[in-house]
Design a protein around this ligand. Sequence first.
Ligand code: NDP
Length: 476
Amino acid sequence: MQALNFIDGKLQPTASTLDLVSPGNGSVYGSMPRSGKAEVDQAVAAAKRAFPDWAATPAAERARCLDRLADLVSANASELATAEARDNGKPVSLASHVDIPRAEKNLRFYASGIQHYASQSHAMEGEAINYTLRKPLGVVACISPWNLPLYLFTWKVAPALAAGNCVVAKPSELTPVTAYMLSTWVAEAGFPPGVFNVLHGLGAEVGEALVLHDDIAAVSFTGGTATGARIAGHVAPKFKKMSLELGGKNPAIVFADADFEEALRTTVRSSFANQGQICLCGSRVLVERTIYDKFRDALAAKAARMQAGDPLDPSTKFGAVVSEDHMNKVLGHIELAREEGGQILCGGTRLHPEGCENGFFVAPTVIEGLGPACRTNQEEIFGPVVTLQPFDTEEEALQLANDTKYGLAATVWTTNLQRAHRVAAGIESGIVWVNTWLLRDLRTPFGGVKASGLGREGGFEAFEFFTEPQNVCIKL
Ligand code: NDP
């Protein structure tokens, strides 16, 4: 496998390359471009040339291109799912049921959405009429992470392109393959050269050069909070728009009146889906003291029974984490939890599943006995590791839930309707799920508060970001 850049309608190699590593077995299985400033300059220039025509293209035609791209994703779904599992370490069953269908849905959703997007008008009785034009921004940068590679890549590029922008996108260097595959179909889908460019390489090199480029009008970034802060430092002084979807330390609050089995089943999923590498995973499980022991024992027992396996085996439910570095980071956090006095109820070690002995696997890990202020309960681990903390009252649950610099998502388990509304409103986060997790309607605003980000994606929010409003006032 040799991944290439896609610039100005053409696939292009670079002089220097990076290895593609499969987390499932630790082997190098191909190469990818190591792009830098020269490729950024080339891609941004091509996008700038393409912009006037693309912005003037009727929305219905832009939508047709996105729909044709979605058709190609659908026609190649099985190859994409296998590629995602090989590149990322996630189970191929997850890629087939979640990542790839959702990538297709993102493209179709925004293809449809742009045709329903309307701007406002404000009448000044008898005097004037104001209307708002929503203009595309120009050339925008879309930078996406490795945990849900094609899913989050399309979540950004689809609204940007639908709204009439030209895009230079950079997927994570750890998982570039599905974005590369998508780029090979861009011309066939009907996008003119330069409208949609995909560059590969290191964040610190090509990502940084992209963000710093003066002709980039806006940056849409999903990734870690530290990277987000660095990007904001570059972008803010130039007054460019930015949307930052960052890390989380999400609470799952289980009240004693919850449906126990449903709360337990879903908490296992929200803790360990995609090896805990979803920004929306619950990593701090807060349980009302009267059911704490029962819930803890059941959660640890279920986690201990989870079997890690070859990501490419269709029966595997729990795969590898994304890289050796990330595995070591997660194991380091578990070590820290031990030093902080935490008791490891299950997991806590690297795994070596049969046939994947050299892969990067971390056992599902449940930790208790740590207070809210310790690093384990404050820092994002982004792996299959959760902590348990008991609480006595609703007020205490809320205090624990909010006691972090992050504010992305939260889950509340209760059958008390008033409490559900009260607690949901009291939580400082962009998203609250009550008696469910990861149920997503693409029309809803998506994003976090505090150190979890800036701005919202999803639905028309994404079009608000990827367009500039202009008020036109006409005197009557
Ligand atoms: P990173 O912040 O390391 O990287 C994200 C992307 O930014 C990658 O494409 C990366 O490239 C690139 N990048 C890195 N440094 C720079 C730079 N200086 N300038 C421009 N681009 C750069 O995050 P991860 O990939 O490790 O993703 C995990 C993080 O993402 C977690 O914190 C997670 O919570 C968060 N996340 C947030 C979501 C949300 O919606 N709020 C959703 C999913 C994940 P490269 O990989 O090549 O270094």
